[in-house]
Design a protein around this ligand. Structure first.
Ligand code: NAP
Length: 305
């Protein structure tokens, strides 16, 4: 099968398209023919070992000292079950699924073998494979942080989403709107049209207005790109206001519950897949280059089939 191997840490050119053995599913595994994946901020961070100081050493311990121990990057996929192990009961051949692999990576390839108990669910009925692969990373992260802030239990929360046009941000805006929150999106001039199309109630252009100085207060400030800290936003929070960020040490969980939620939202037309660009697997270097700019709007999809 064809796969994109990360042969070193460094610039996108360390990625090479390689022909490698198709995995053989074990008794409790399914083999998935991947139709689409995405290049997420996590992939480019791993490839470039893009973390500060001491964290570089931690990352080398976790991921591999001189190059990633798991050479095929990619953590999200949408595809079709092409084989099942003899003990598999949850899925059958031909099922259309989507899922995430976390630190197992391996989705920038034509096939992947995973346990049936891994984070795999039937994909949204009305989603193309590209759309399904695009809603996973940002959707699951936004769900994790917003649920921790109890968004589900509080009605009409006033929420400010900083970095509203990234993968996490575009999902956060939509999930917050689903829970009837009043959403203020902070983005660039370029992103205004996008966040408005996702039904943000108010838009603040970061180059024109500093939200920490406009006198408005929010019940939740969610920093979806990890550029803020509590001290910076304290004066913009209500008395019991919460500050939440993707930029701390907290790592979002990855669960089937999250995927079932995203599937349900997509099928109810409450969640759009925001796709900026689509590349083929052969063009993985260009895809990484684009995600490296940190300016993508929503998601960058890899069309494998
Ligand atoms: N803790 C966790 O478990 C976890 C999980 C997932 C992701 N993350 C982290 O979350 C961050 C976001 O991930 P992502 O995939 O959503 O990133 P992304 O899609 O690459 O975010 C890019 C977006 O950020 C916007 N942006 C850049 N600078 C901005 C600024 N100063 N103010 C407002 N918006 C700005 C860009 O728009 P403009 O260029 O138009 O401004 C662009 O649309 C990454 O650092 C990632 O590592 C953490």
């Amino acid at each position: 099968m064809k796969a994109a191997f990360c042969t070193n840490y460094g610039e996108p050119e360390v990625l090479k398209i390689v022909l490698t053995d198709k995995p053989i599913p074990r008794e409790d595994e399914v083999l998935i023919r991947i139709h689409a994946s995405a290049v997420n901020s996590a992939d480019v961070r791993v490839r470039g070992l893009d973390v500060e100081g001491f964290m570089k050493i931690v990352m080398r311990f976790v991921l591999g000292f001189t190059k990633p121990r798991k050479p095929i990057l990619g953590t999200t996929f949408a595809g079709v079950i092409s084989e099942i192990g003899k003990n598999v009961t949850k899925f059958k051949k031909g099922d259309e699924v989507f899922g995430m692999t976390g630190f197992k990576f391996g989705t920038h390839a034509e096939y992947i073998a995973l346990k049936e108990t891994d984070v795999i669910v039937n994909k949204p009925k009305n989603a193309s494979f590209e759309e399904a692969s695009a809603i996973i990373f940002g959707g699951s992260t936004a769900y994790h942080f917003l649920m921790k802030a109890d968004i589900e239990k509080k009605s009409k929360m006033k929420i400010l989403i900083y970095g509203a046009t990234g993968a996490v941000g575009t999902s956060a805006v939509q999930i917050a709107k689903y829970f009837n929150s009043d959403v203020t999106a902070v983005c660039s001039d370029e992103g205004k049209e996008l966040v408005t199309s996702l039904s943000a109630d108010d838009v603040i252009i970061y180059s024109k207005e500093d939200f920490t100085k406009n006198g408005k207060r929010y019940d939740l400030i969610f920093d979806a790109i990890g550029k803020l800290n509590r001290k910076m936003v304290k004066s913009s929070l209500t008395e019991r206001g919460i500050f939440s960020t993707v930029g701390g040490f907290e790592v979002a969980s990855e669960t089937t519950t999250q995927l079932l939620f995203l599937k349900d939202l997509f099928d109810k037309n409450k969640l759009k897949a925001v796709i900026d660009k689509i590349y083929s697997l052969d063009d993985i270097i260009e895809a990484h280059r684009y995600v490296d700019t940190k300016r993508k709007k929503g998601n960058v999809v890899i069309k494998v089939v």
